[in-house]
Design a protein around this ligand. Structure first.
Ligand SMILES: [Zn+2]
Length: 250
């Protein structure tokens, strides 16, 4: 028996399989991340014209073999290709990082409506001309939060007191913060309290208000380092896309 389904999706990644097929990773609104085989997609581009590009927002028609968990991608119709994001080098890099993080964080078959909407918000924002670095910072902060790995930032994890003073030290794996009285160590993982407050603002406000905060270069640098460190620490590897983006931050 064959079950067909239509998923509202974003194309997260594609990888060649054998001579002619593609393995396509989709983030779907309905069931989160799924992986499907697009038969013949590598050889004949016609059937999936523009549909299998990264960031593409598509309606994906899939078939699930009844005896396996494998989906086959039968066809797709393009809703938004986010062409302008693909053609701008900086936007392309930022969006590539976001897709890589989504792929790494999301488990197959687990519904992730918050992450789906976050990715949609991000791509629409870039298309509308939002600043790519600020958007990517907000995306990283909210993704960490949505995946349940954003530590409480308002309290020192050692003495339990409310954070006061100008700087905090943080654990490079968990991201937990310690106040200046409790922090020892080599001082490599330190950020100013304005950076900490910025991350708190980005994760606590509704998405239509997050751009209200003005940030300077130092906050951008410190929050970038914090978010990169904590994502990489939790994932136990540094996502490849960071390599290209670190240059832009400088
Ligand atoms: Zn403390």
């Amino acid at each position: 028996m064959v079950k067909k389904r239509v998923y509202q999706s974003f194309v997260v990644a594609t990888n060649p399989v054998g001579e002619s097929d593609l393995l396509v990773v989709l983030l779907t609104r309905e069931t989160g991340k799924i992986r499907c085989i697009a038969k013949g997609a590598k050889k004949s581009k016609k059937r999936f014209m523009n549909v299998l590009e990264p960031f593409a927002h598509i309606d994906a028609v899939t078939r699930l073999a009844s005896r396996s968990d494998l989906h086959f991608l039968e066809s797709g119709s393009l809703k938004n290709g986010f062409e302008s994001v693909r053609q701008d080098y900086r936007c392309f890099l930022g969006a590539s990082l976001c897709l890589e993080l989504v792929d790494l964080w999301c488990r197959e078959g687990q519904r992730e409506p918050e992450i789906f909407n976050l990715l949609w918000w991000y791509l629409k924002g870039l298309e509308a001309g939002r600043d790519v670095l600020v958007s990517t910072l907000i995306f990283q902060a909210r993704l960490l939060d949505a995946s349940g790995h954003m530590p409480p930032l308002g309290l020192c994890n050692k003495c339990g007191e409310t954070i006061t003073g100008r700087t905090v030290a943080y654990d490079p794996v968990t991201g937990q913060v310690a106040c200046s009285r409790c922090s020892s160590g080599d001082g490599r993982y330190v950020m100013g309290v304005s950076s900490l407050k910025s991350i708190e603002f980005w994760t606590s406000q509704p998405l239509d208000k997050v751009f209200r905060l003005r940030i300077n270069g130092l906050i951008m640098e410190e929050t970038w380092k914090y978010l990169k460190t904590v994502h990489s620490g939790n994932l136990e590897k540094t996502p490849q896309s960071y390599r290209f983006l670190d240059e832009l931050i400088k």
